[in-house]
Write a protein that binds this ligand. Structure first.
Ligand code: PLP
Length: 422
């Protein structure tokens, strides 16, 4: 039986796709089948993950993977690009229509590559950039010393309020006035609320800074009308295509017409080589799916499910940052249940529930970060979210019999909502 959400089949029957590989390379086929089993019989609660559709996977596995296509449609460095050009033109048209942007670059290989391109287009090494501090939810590309961003630019971190967990916009404004950054970055890996892009725009305008929205997480909600769009406010919007958006792993950059040339040159030839045409075709498919009413329903369900799950976790005793969520994403401190984030992640994984740890801006140790994009794609609903919260509490008890009981219930639950066709 194949699971459907909003009239859309969830993902490809992997057995058929793997037949050819099984015959030629059983060693790797076993690895892939093991991953299919893992994704099928455990709960995928990592906030950045999802299940791509059969059509997205078909484009990803297509012969466009063989094609070199440096450059842009109509201006390639290679011959034989007529179909590559068509795929990229369709992807760009669909992305600009979906997000109401003047221009889309769909070649960025990843979310990090998209941010790198935005910086390359707008900044010079040594420039000052204001971004959310990493311990408050910023991404590595927002100034980590382990990342190019922290090495090449002078990042000034802003944070969230200690009481509310919400972005401290007064602090952002004060830091901007003091440091006069060349760019302000708004975006996070773990902020569960909507950002106020209008306030960020006002602050950026006041100090003459570019506004870069790193919407890697919320972009899928934006596509479905379930979150506010940064496009009308930011000079450049960076995004991923593989989270709630349910496309292939990859990046995207949206901008106004006046920055289009700079953004394109910053992607190729400045920071990347040949475009990955199979991924670009798969992005086009995902943008097509995301423009349907079924996807809008899905995006709203993702948020509704996150709200239900957040409320149920709070009732179980988890300390939710910001007290809840507006998005697909929940962050929580499990300390009231007697464990830290790392222990919680390990115990939950042993019971078949896969999620991440995250920094806690003001807490001791680490928290947990989870999301509802994948379980919603599988077709789970509000009752399952409430049940998952109860399973969390049971799994966190240091009791092997309880862990085994929860593991069995997770298998039964995922068996009712299989992510792959049978
Ligand atoms: C806010 C933000 N920016 C950038 C990225 C980087 O994306 P990628 O892992 O595709 O490089 C992520 C990934 O989670 C993210 O959440």
């Amino acid at each position: 039986m194949r699971a459907y959400i909003g009239g859309m089949p969830v993902t490809a029957p992997p057995d058929e796709d793997l037949d050819v590989l099984r015959r030629q390379d059983p060693e790797i086929a076993d690895v892939l089948l093991g991953e299919v089993r893992r994704q099928s019989d455990s709960l995928q609660l990592i906030a950045a993950e999802n299940f791509a559709s059969p059509a997205v996977l078909a484009a990803l596995g297509s012969p466009l993977a063989n094609k070199y296509a440096e450059g842009y449609p109509g201006a390639r460095h290679h011959g034989g690009c007529e179909y590559a050009d068509a795929a990229e033109r369709i992807a760009v048209e669909r992305a600009t229509a979906l997000f109401g942007a003047d221009h889309a670059n769909v070649q960025a290989h990843s979310g990090s590559s998209a941010v790198l391109a935005a910086y390359a287009a707008l900044l010079r090494p040594g420039d000052t950039v204001l971004a959310m501090g990493l311990e408050h939810g910023g991404h590595l590309t927002h100034g980590s010393p382990a990342n190019f961003s922290g090495r090449w630019f002078d990042f000034v971190p802003y944070g969230v309020d200690a009481e509310t967990g919400l972005v401290d916009y007064e602090q952002v404004a004060a830091l901007a006035r003091h440091h006069r950054p060349k760019a302000i970055v708004c975006g996070s890996i773990s902020y569960p609320r909507h950002l106020d892009y209008r306030i960020f725009r006002e602050i950026a305008d006041e100090v003459g800074a570019y506004l870069i929205a790193d919407a890697a997480h919320p972009i899928g909600l934006v596509a479905g009308g379930a979150a506010p769009s940064p496009v009308p406010y930011a000079d450049v919007v960076c995004a991923t295509t593989h989270k709630v958006l349910r496309g292939p792993r990859g990046g995207m950059v949206l901008c106004g017409a006046e920055l289009a040339g700079r953004i394109d040159r910053a992607v190729f030839p400045f920071t990347q080589g040949g475009a990955q045409m199979h991924t670009i075709a798969a992005k086009a498919v995902a943008f097509g799916e995301a423009s349907t009413p079924a996807y809008a329903t899905y995006a709203h369900q993702v948020v509704e499910h996150a709200r239900v799950l957040a409320a149920a976790l709070a009732a179980e005793g988890f300390a939710l940052t910001t007290g809840g969520t507006d998005t697909h994403l929940i962050t929580a401190d499990p300390a009231p249940l007697g464990v830290d984030g790392r222990t919680a992640r390990a115990r939950l994984a042993a019971a078949g529930m896969v999620l991440d740890t995250c920094a806690l801006p003001y807490g001791e140790g680490r928290g947990i970060r989870l999301g509802t994009a994948a379980v919603t794609t599988q077709g789970m609903g509000a009752p399952e979210m409430a049940r998952i919260a109860a399973l969390f509490t049971a799994a966190l008890r240091d009791d092997p019999a309880e862990t085994a009981r929860v593991r069995a219930e997770v298998r039964a639950l995922t068996g009712r909502f299989p992510p792959f066709g049978r």
